[in-house]
Design a protein around this ligand. Sequence first.
Ligand SMILES: Cc1cc2nc3c(=O)[nH]c(=O)nc-3n(C[C@H](O)[C@H](O)[C@H](O)COP(=O)(O)O)c2cc1C
Length: 250
Amino acid sequence: MLKEIALHRSVRHFLSREIAPEVLTDILQAATHASTVGNMQLYSIIVTIDSRVRAELSVGSLDESAAMEAPVLLIFCADVHRFSKWCRQRDTKPEYENLMWYAHATADALRAAENAALQAESYGLGICFIDTVLRSADRLVELLDLPQGVLPTAVLALGHPAEEPPLSDRLPMEAIVHYDRYNRITSAEIDELWAERETSTQTMELLNRYGVENLARIFTEYRYPAAENLNSSKRYLATLREQGFLDDKE
Ligand SMILES: Cc1cc2nc3c(=O)[nH]c(=O)nc-3n(C[C@H](O)[C@H](O)[C@H](O)COP(=O)(O)O)c2cc1C
C-alpha cells in the first residue's frame, strides 16, 4: 500500500505557515490528473482563504478547527457549466443539467479531491475533509458566485500539521468487500464487527460524556441526528433544483 494511504489520518490543527506556491500548484495538478467521465472533467476547484467561507463551513460543525485553521481550503465543485457552454458554442445542445450528470460530476469532483489529498500528504501536509459543505451548499453558491450547473461537493482543508493524531481504526476488509454478489450481514456478524470499537477506551469516554448507552446512539442522536438530516436534505434538494440539476425545474 502507498505510504500516504497507510499513514493517512485527518489533521484538524495547523501551523500558520503558508503552503509554498509550487507545492499548491502540484497538488492542484494532481487533482486534475484524476480519471473523469469521458475525460469531460466535470468539476472545478476553488482555492480560498475567505473568512466568510470558513465561518460558513463552521456553522453546525462538530469540529470547526480544520476549516478555521487551515491556511488554505480547496472547494471541489461538481461542474457541468463549462462543458455545456462549450457544447452550446459549438451549436449542439447539451443535456447535462440533470440528476444523472450531477452524479457523474460529483464523482469526478471527489476523485480529483482524493488525488489532491494524497498528493498533499505526500508533501507531509495535513488534510481534513469538511462535511458541512453539503449543509451549507446554498450559502456557498452565493459566497462563491457559482453559476447554474455548479455545486460544491467537497472541501479539503490543507496545511502544515500542528498535531499528529493517532490512526483511526477501520472495519476489517471482509466487512467491506464482497465477491460476485452482495453478502447480507447477519446480526451476529454486526456484533462481532463492532465489538472492538464498542469497548474501546475512547468509546467509553464518549459514552460517559454524552450520557448514552451505546456508540450507535452517539451517531444517531448527537452527531447526525434525524431532524438535522431531514432538514439538510430538504435544503440540499432545493439547492440542486436551483442550480439546475433536477429535470423538473421548468
Ligand atoms: C466527507 C468527509 C467529511 C468530513 N468532515 C469532517 C469535519 O467536518 N470535521 C472533522 O473534524 N473531520 C471531518 N472528516 C474527517 C473524518 O472524521 C475522518 O476521515 C474519519 O473519522 C476517519 O479518520 P481518518 O481520516 O483520520 O482516518 C470528514 C471526512 C470526510 C470523508
